[in-house]
Design a binder for this molecule. Structure first.
Ligand code: MG
Ligand code: MG
Length: 243
């Protein structure tokens, strides 16, 4: 899983550098597919329940699951890139939000709060803690900062399949839920909105958008519970945890 995670991390690292005004989300997708395949892995998203691309590319008020298209990025946009790779039967899954040029201060704050909420969650991933300690860590940090967590979509267990039990909501009651044990691997993925937590799914059957049209942010890592503490499997080859 670590090797699959490195491929995801290095792909996202390269995509981040490509993000610029005028670049289309389809170009990012093509680059991701090429990179993942040339590393000997398979782009997990491609064909997953019929999803047509290798990354999800969601812009501004699109929360997750955006389909890459000829849409060109513009100065002031934010793009969420979600990427998965399967290597030798094991999956890595991670997502980043990248700003296109300068973005307004509220969006800067949204991105920082979402990043930090993921790290709050990671710190809870130690043996003996409960699943909703992880969930609550996200919710607490986000709501203290005046934003809201999406409730209709959540993180998940991950291993030989991308989506395994348990589901990992970004809200919950601390001290409850599954007891975390060594070897459990979760994809933690806060989806954080400036306004309402409510979302709609577009007629394409995939793209999730905020109901109020306000921006949304998403970061994700695949993380293992170990006796030495949480290990981010979607860190780069050099161990750097990119957010
Ligand atoms: Mg993902
Ligand atoms: Mg995921």
């Amino acid at each position: 899983m670590r090797r699959a995670g490195v491929i995801v991390a290095e792909t996202l690292r390269a995509l981040r550098k490509m993000v610029a005004p005028g670049v289309s989300t389809l170009e990012l997708d093509a680059y991701a597919e090429k990179t993942i395949r040339s590393a000997g892995a398979y782009p997990t998203f491609k064909g997953y329940r019929g999803f047509p691309a290798s990354i999800c590319a969601s812009v501004n008020d699109e929360v997750v699951h955006g389909i890459p298209s000829t849409r060109q990025l513009r100065e002031g946009d934010i793009i969420k890139i979600d990427c998965g790779a399967t290597l030798d039967g094991y999956v890595g899954d991670a997502a980043i939000t990248v700003s296109v040029g300068n973005v307004n201060p509220e969006i800067e704050k949204l991105m920082q709060v979402t990043r930090d909420s993921l790290f709050c969650a990671v710190q809870q991933m130690v043996p003996g803690n409960r699943l909703y300690d992880v969930s609550y860590a996200v919710q607490k940090h986000v709501e203290e900062n005046g934003f809201s967590v999406v409730r209709d979509f959540c993180g998940h267990g991950i291993g030989q399949r991308m989506h395994e039990d348990p589901q990992v909501p970004n809200y919950g009651r601390p001290g409850t839920g599954l007891k975390l044990k060594e070897g459990l691997v979760l994809a933690i993925e806060p989806m954080v909105n400036v306004g309402t937590h409510e979302v709609n799914i577009l007629p394409d059957g995939w793209t999730v958008k905020t109901k109020d049209g306000k921006p949304s942010c998403h970061f994700e890592h695949t993380i293992a519970v170990t006796e030495d503490g949480p290990v981010v499997l979607t860190a780069g080859e050099d161990g750097e945890v990119a957010l």
